[in-house]
Write a protein that binds this ligand. Structure first.
Ligand code: CP
Length: 368
């Protein structure tokens, strides 16, 4: 009888909104343990023999490399699958059938695509955990690395005491250019952080996103606060972190919409040295990268002492390890079970005649 996939939403990582505060905290704690081991040169083969399928419709540097490296360092294997090279890329196969087939041959799948509905469809028909490698709706693996970077920067400070100022577009409108912003909002709400959305008023969080933030904060009694401002200087003296992203990510150059959006945000919401100088000395400046230098962030800040952008990029590796282990690690099989199956296979191979060119491998080289 045909069995359909039955994974729950929290068996996947499609959005941090789907995870409980405890799950998020546990993954962050796992990240610390795995990074501590990594720093001492220790790699733990927690995903030995596991395979991660990696479906990418759009380009990536950090997400792709961090997932591939994480799988190798955890003792598994990552298989890169450019969507254009799959049957689905040519439109010969549905997402549903693709999901069923790929998830029968792998232990987890990461997918990066523009349309979040594609990812949802894949997860619905997948037998294994699916990770959102970024859609225009969300970038949960980035947000987990970001909050971890904040915790590292302020050791001993509780999440409740931390405030982040996100500069730019905070509105989940038709542009859908808020994948990281939204995930940070959900994490802040669940973990009790203060989130300041800073941008033009029509780029403040939508009513629906504001309601979701308030709901997550209330459900978790987290004490999280959402504040909106159109002036980067209004709160800069009190915040612990600034976060920004490209003003026009993925938009066609010279398009009137791109120009209009850019004009609204630049230079008013740029992270520059004047803004950093108005903040606390230990202000941490985050940017998920890639960035447009001297657009949303100036080079002197990006390369300066307050920048955490490259630690943040490095932490993608540790975040992916924790995510992969959290969702994909299963109890190791007992040695007796392995020996049982190996014995059955060896018995068959020895009981039949096979034309194996063993001479090639056992050639006597002694006279050379
Ligand atoms: N920040 C981020 O997701 O980078 P990539 O697009 O290079 O993966």
């Amino acid at each position: 009888m045909r069995v359909m996939p039955t994974l729950a939403r929290n068996n996947h990582l499609l959005s941090t909104a789907d995870l409980s505060a405890d799950e998020l905290k546990n993954i962050l704690q796992l990240m610390k343990l795995l990074k501590d081991a990594h720093k001492q040169g220790v790699q733990l083969p927690l995903l030995k023999d596991k395979v991660l399928g990696m479906i990418f419709e759009i380009s990536s540097t950090r997400t792709r490399i961090s997932f591939e490296t994480a799988m190798t360092e955890l003792g598994g294997h990552a298989e890169f699958l450019a969507m254009g090279n799959l049957q689905i890329g040519d439109g010969h196969e549905t997402m549903r059938d693709t999901a069923e087939v790929i998830s029968r041959m792998t232990d987890g799948v990461i997918m990066r695509c523009n349309d979040h509905a594609y990812l949802e469809e894949f997860a619905r028909f997948s037998y294994v955990p699916v990770f959102n490698g970024m859609t225009m709706d969300g970038h949960p693996t980035q947000a987990l690395a970001d909050v971890f970077t904040m915790m590292e920067h302020l050791p001993g400070t509780s999440l409740n005491e931390m405030t982040m100022l996100y500069l730019g577009d905070n509105n989940d409108n038709a542009d859908k250019l808020v994948p990281i912003q939204r995930e940070l909002m959900w994490m802040a709400a669940k973990l009790g952080m203060t989130y300041i959305a800073c941008g033009p008023r029509d780029m403040w969080p939508s009513a629906a996103d504001t309601a979701q933030f308030e709901r997550f904060a209330a459900e978790n009694a987290s004490g999280a606060r959402l504040i909106c401002s159109d002036d980067p200087y209004e709160h800069i003296a009190d915040v612990d972190f600034t976060v920004s992203d490209s003003f026009v990510f993925g938009m066609p150059e010279d398009d009137p919409q791109t120009i209009a959006r850019h004009t609204k945000l630049f230079p008013a919401y740029q992270v520059n040295q004047a803004l950093v100088d108005a903040g606390k000395p230990e202000l941490g400046v985050l940017h998920c990268l890639p960035c447009q230098r001297d657009e949303e962030i100036t080079s002197d800040v990006l390369d300066g002492p307050n920048s955490l952008a490259f630690e943040e990029a490095e932490n993608r590796l540790h975040a992916q390890k924790a995510i992969l282990v959290w969702f994909m690690r299963t109890d190791p099989k007992e040695e007796a079970l392995k020996a049982y199956h190996l014995g059955k296979v060896e018995a068959l191979l020895h009981s039949v005649e096979r034309d194996v060119p063993s001479a090639i491998y056992h050639e006597d080289h002694s006279e050379r």
